[in-house]
Design a protein around this ligand. Structure first.
Ligand code: 3EB
Length: 353
C-alpha cells in the first residue's frame, strides 16, 4: 500500500501467468486460491507442491481464471497432514483442505456436509495446535449448492453446525475472538476450505451497523455462523486487515432483497464502517476503500456491469477487484464483497530501511 511491499501480501493473476513465474517467485508463495470454471485439479499444486485450492467458480469480466496468491518474504517450510497441505514461515501458516462429502455416511444425527465440515475444521485445529500456530486469522469456505435443502436443513446451515461443533470441541471461542471468513456457494466439487493462521493473536473487529454474526437469532439456523467482520493482524513488519465477506445486512436483516444497486451501496457502507473500526485499532490509520483488494461474488452474472459501475462511483477510482459468479449464503443476497489490505509498518523502534 505504501512504497514498500509488505512482507505478507497478496496478488491476483491467472493460472497461466502463475505458471510462467520464476522459481524464486514460486518459492515465496505461501499458498493460493485459484478460481476457474473448469473442473481440473489445480496445476500449481500438482507441479510445485504449493498449497493451492481450486475453487470451481466462473470469473466474470476479463480472463477465465484468477489466483489469489499469498506471498511471504521469509524462508518457507511445506508439509502435508491428513487432507491438509500447508506452507509456513516463522510467523504465518497457510493451508488448504478439500473433503468430498461422499467420504461421509448419512447418520441420523449428522449430515454428510456437517460431518465433512466438522472433520475439516478439527483437522485444521489439530495441525495448528501441533505446529504452534494457534491463532486463526481468516477462513475461506466454499460449499457446493450452498442454498439447497437436504435432510430438512439448508446446506449453509448444516455447514454452520459442523463448524461450530469443531470450534467447541477444541475449546475455541465461538463469540468475540473468532476469525474473519467468507462462505460462498460453488456449482460443484468437494467442501473446500483455505485458512491462514499465526503465532500472534489478531484483533477481531465488528461492525456497529450489523449484529455480530455469532449472535444471529435462530431464524437463520440452529447454530450461528462463527466469524468476525474483520481481523487485524499485527506482524513484525506489517499489519494485515482481512475484511470478511460482507453483504447487504443491517442489524441481522437483509435489506433491499431485489435491488442490486442498493445492495451494492449497503455492502460498501458496511465495509466502510468496518474500515473505520479497523483504523481505530490499527497502529496506523491507513486502511481506506481506495487501496483495498476486493473479491466480489455476484449471484447473477447479468448484474456485473451495474455492480462494477457502482463500485467505481463509490470508491472514486477504478478498484482493485476480481469478480466471480457465486451463490451467497442467504437466498435474498445478490452480492457479497470481501476486502484485504496490508500495510508496511513505518518508524518502529529504530527500524528503517
Ligand atoms: C453475513 O454477513 C453474510 O459463514 O463464514 C459472510 C461472511 C457471510 C462469512 C460465514 C457468511 C460467512 O452473514 C454471509
Amino acid at each position: 500500500m505504501r512504497n514498500t511491499v509488505s512482507p505478507l501480501h497478496s496478488a491476483s493473476l491467472s493460472i497461466a501467468a502463475f505458471l510462467k513465474q520464476s522459481p524464486q517467485w514460486k518459492n515465496s508463495v505461501l499458498g493460493a486460491l485459484c478460481f476457474s470454471a473448469d473442473a481440473e485439479e489445480c496445476p500449481i499444486q500438482i507441479d510445485m507442491g504449493i498449497p493451492c485450492m481450486r475453487v470451481p467458480m466462473q470469473r466474470l469480466g476479463t480472463g477465465d481464471s484468477v489466483c489469489e496468491v499469498w506471498h511471504s518474504n521469509s524462508p518457507l517450510t511445506e508439509g502435508k497432514s491428513g487432507a491438509i497441505r500447508y506452507r509456513h514461515d516463522d510467523a504465518v501458516l497457510f493451508g488448504v483442505i478439500e473433503l468430498p462429502e461422499k467420504m461421509f455416511t448419512p447418520d441420523p444425527a449428522k449430515t454428510p456436509l456437517q460431518q465433512a465440515t466438522e472433520s475439516a475444521y478439527r483437522q485444521i485445529f489439530n495441525l495448528l495446535d501441533r505446529l504452534h500456530y494457534p491463532y486463526l486469522f481468516r477462513f475461506w469456505n466454499y460449499i457446493a449448492d450452498i442454498n439447497t435443502h437436504s435432510f430438512g436443513l439448508e446446506r449453509y446451515r448444516q455447514f454452520n453446525l459442523g463448524r461450530q461443533d469443531a470450534f467447541l470441541a477444541h475449546g475455541r471461542d465461538v463469540v468475540g475472538n473468532v476469525p474473519a471468513a467468507c462462505a460462498l456457494g460453488s456449482a460443484q466439487g468437494p467442501l473446500a476450505i483455505a485458512f491462514m493462521a499465526g503465532r500472534a493473536a489478531p484483533l477481531s473487529i465488528e461492525n456497529p451497523r450489523q449484529m455480530s454474526a455469532y449472535q444471529y437469532p435462530e431464524q437463520y439456523g440452529p447454530r450461528s455462523p462463527t466469524f468476525s467482520r474483520a481481523s487485524l493482524v499485527r506482524l513484525e513488519q506489517d499489519e494485515v486487515l482481512f475484511v470478511s465477506g460482507t453483504a447487504s445486512i443491517v442489524g441481522h436483516e437483509t435489506l433491499h432483497p431485489t435491488d442490486i444497486l442498493a445492495q451494492t451501496r449497503e455492502t460498501m457502507a458496511n465495509i466502510e464502517a468496518v474500515l473505520t473500526q479497523a483504523n481505530r485499532q490499527a497502529s496506523q490509520p491507513g486502511f481506506d476503500l481506495a487501496t483495498m483488494h476486493y473479491k466480489v461474488y455476484v449471484r447473477h452474472s447479468a448484474d456485473l456491469t451495474q455492480i462494477r459501475t457502482e463500485l467505481k462511483r463509490i470508491i472514486g477510482t477504478e478498484p482493485n477487484a476480481v469478480y466471480l459468479q457465486a451463490d451467497v449464503c442467504r437466498n435474498d443476497l445478490l452480492v457479497e464483497i470481501e476486502a484485504t489490505a496490508s500495510q508496511a509498518l513505518m518508524n518502529l523502534a529504530g527500524h528503517s530501511d
